[in-house]
Design a protein around this ligand. Structure first.
Ligand SMILES: C[S@@+](CC[C@H](N)C(=O)[O-])C[C@H]1O[C@@H](n2cnc3c(N)ncnc32)[C@H](O)[C@@H]1O
Length: 274
């Protein structure tokens, strides 16, 4: 692909989403954009670029570019041990801490196609049903990709997606099969609220604060500067006593005086001191 076209799309993506494509990933951009260009009726990426230069780019096309260039890899109960730590330690502690207000806010930031927030919802249904009756528990699930959110909201998964990470007991209890599709139960669905949100704008767009924030496997795509900005915003949105969970390979590149690192089982959480 022409250097100028590559630069145009990588700069556009970074400005819109914070995602910075590193050198060596040109093939990925090229193949993803070529696929998008073909699906929009262009001969190739070159033709799509020429059309943008001539006519500009509307919000629908911007969304399609974001959808095409984001990596949406996810699966149910990803890494498993964080969910064990949530079950054995974090949720019991949060329920105790909030026994007066009886309110817990959870945020799955960058939720992709919904497996992460639905895993949390199933965990609560399975292990904390009493608290679902007596507490107001919200699970907000956000992502920048409209396409991912549409799939997440439907809650319909194929056999490959179901086979990844989902314990069979959960499959039997919380899914219904229809041919090649698995439909997540309404009682799981109704616990999760999906919303489009760019992590670069979260501090402006969200007014509530959270007791648990999951922001996993997305910071890895950001430059150091953006990563820092996003972490500062996430930290502001965390309640005292609340927990931040990152991906297993991710470490915060900025620390705060009220941040404590807690190893629970095999999982590192970042807790905001009370
Ligand atoms: C690899 S997936 C991780 C999904 C899930 N958190 C997990 O760990 O399984 C990364 C997600 O981040 C989303 N994303 C990328 N940049 C974003 C941004 N600026 N704001 C919100 N979501 C973003 C992508 O659309 C994608 O769905």
């Amino acid at each position: 692909m022409d250097e100028k076209i590559l630069e145009f799309f990588t700069a556009l993506l970074e400005r819109l989403s914070g995602i910075s494509y590193t050198t060596g990933k040109e093939y990925l951009i090229e193949s993803r954009l070529n696929e998008l260009a073909l699906s929009l009726g262009y001969k190739d990426i070159n033709e799509l670029y020429q059309s943008i230069v001539k006519k500009g780019v509307d919000s629908k096309l911007l969304n399609e570019i974001i959808d095409a260039l984001t990596t949406n890899e996810t699966y149910f109960f990803r890494d498993y041990h964080p969910f064990e730590a949530l079950r054995t330690h974090v949720f019991p502690e949060l329920f105790k801490k909030r026994e007066v207000e009886k309110r817990i806010n959870i945020w799955s930031a960058a939720c992709s196609t919904g497996q992460e927030p639905y895993s949390i919802a199933m965990l609560l249904l399975e292990h904390f049903p009493r608290f679902l009756q007596t507490y107001k528990i919200t699970i907000l699930a956000t992502d920048i990709s409209q396409k991912c959110l549409e799939k997440a909201e439907k809650g319909v998964y194929n056999q490959i997606e179901i086979n990844r990470g989902l314990p069979v007991t959960y499959l039997i209890k919380y899914f219904k099969q229809d041919g090649a599709h698995w439909y997540i139960d309404e009682k799981v669905k109704k616990l999760v609220k999906f919303q489009r949100l760019n992590l670069l704008e979260s501090s402006m767009r969200l007014s509530e604060k959270f007791d648990l924030i999951l922001c996993r496997y997305v910071l890895i795509y950001f430059s150091e500067e953006i990563k820092k900005k996003v972490l500062i915003d996430l930290w502001k949105l965390l309640n005292p006593g609340g927990y931040l969970l990152l991906g297993a390979t991710e470490v915060p590149t900025v620390t705060f005086s009220d941040m404590e690192k807690k190893l629970i089982g095999k999982t590192i959480f970042y807790r905001k001191k009370d």
